[in-house]
Design a protein around this ligand. Structure first.
Ligand code: MLT
Length: 264
């Protein structure tokens, strides 16, 4: 995988296709592999780029110490610098769950970099006090006991009740390969993120939502409520998918991304 030097770290990324750019940002505790099947389809009509955030996936081995103390602002600043380094602004940006938080923070930092924003199985609200407490517990668990207990805790809520076991195996493998320090840092970054609802309602470019019908972490009702507050954009529900719709139903998610970011 190629990588590019941004903001004191190296971000690895995968890229395929040509045409208008679609930048994909993975969720927690994942990396760009979660988009592989989606990319195989979107790259037929878009230059599709999926990056590994600081400390995740191949970006971890590219620069081991980089994950230390990262914040949502730092993760988004990395993406801003990445977009500038590749000279792809303004582009369509789609973020899965935590990647959606990064994409919204990016819009807050510099909205001129974005042409369309797509939140995939994500939310605009900040953490509640209860959610913040859970982040603290999870960050400590990752530091004390490593990646495996985080995977075991999160995995049962990630997929639709009925899912292909091979998808489950792929998801586990991606989760289990993430460094524990990165996961601890990401928990704190998510805990401290701001509420993006007001920002989203003020954006002039389309803000769209893709959500799995059975998403237990960011349920469709949340996406529908957000959609009503937005100036433009659409919401597409993915039948049969849970919180990992790009892994569970890549064809439907790819088609949704192509439709939502259609520039013609
Ligand atoms: C994710 O899938 O990225 C996380 O579940 C997001 C979160 O914990 O808020």
């Amino acid at each position: 995988m190629p990588d590019v030097l941004v903001n004191t770290t190296r971000l690895s990324y995968r890229e395929a296709g040509s045409g208008p750019v679609l930048l994909l940002i993975h969720g927690f505790p994942l990396d760009s592999r979660v988009w592989d099947d989606v990319m195989a389809i979107t790259s037929q009509a878009r230059r599709t780029i999926a990056l590994d955030l600081r400390g995740f996936g191949k970006s971890a081995s590219a620069h081991k110490e980089a994950s230390q103390g990262s914040t949502m602002t730092q993760l988004a600043q990395d993406v801003a610098d990445f977009i500038k380094a590749l000279d792809i602004a303004p582009c369509a940006v789609a973020g899965l769950s935590m990647g959606g938080y990064v994409a919204q923070e990016l819009a807050w930092l510099d909205r001129t970099l974005i042409k369309h924003l797509v939140l995939v199985d994500s939310r605009s609200e900040a953490d509640t006090p209860e959610a913040m407490s859970r982040r603290n517990v999870m960050a400590k668990l990752a530091k004390d006991a490593g990646t495996q207990p985080i995977v075991d805790q999160m995995y049962p809520n990630m997929l639709a009740p009925t899912h292909d076991p091979r998808v489950g195996d792929r998801l586990r493998a991606i989760m289990e390969s993430q460094p524990a320090e990165t996961l601890a840092d990401a928990c704190i970054a998510m805990r401290d993120r701001q509420d993006y609802t007001q920002l989203l309602s003020e954006l002039d470019f389309p803000v769209s939502i893709i959500v799995g019908e059975h998403d237990a972490i960011t349920p469709p009702a949340l996406g529908r409520a957000l959609h009503e507050k937005l100036k433009t954009g659409r919401i597409i529900e993915i039948a049969g998918a849970g919180h990992m719709s790009p892994l569970e139903k890549p064809q439907a998610v790819a088609e949704a991304l192509l439709t939502l970011t259609d520039v013609t």
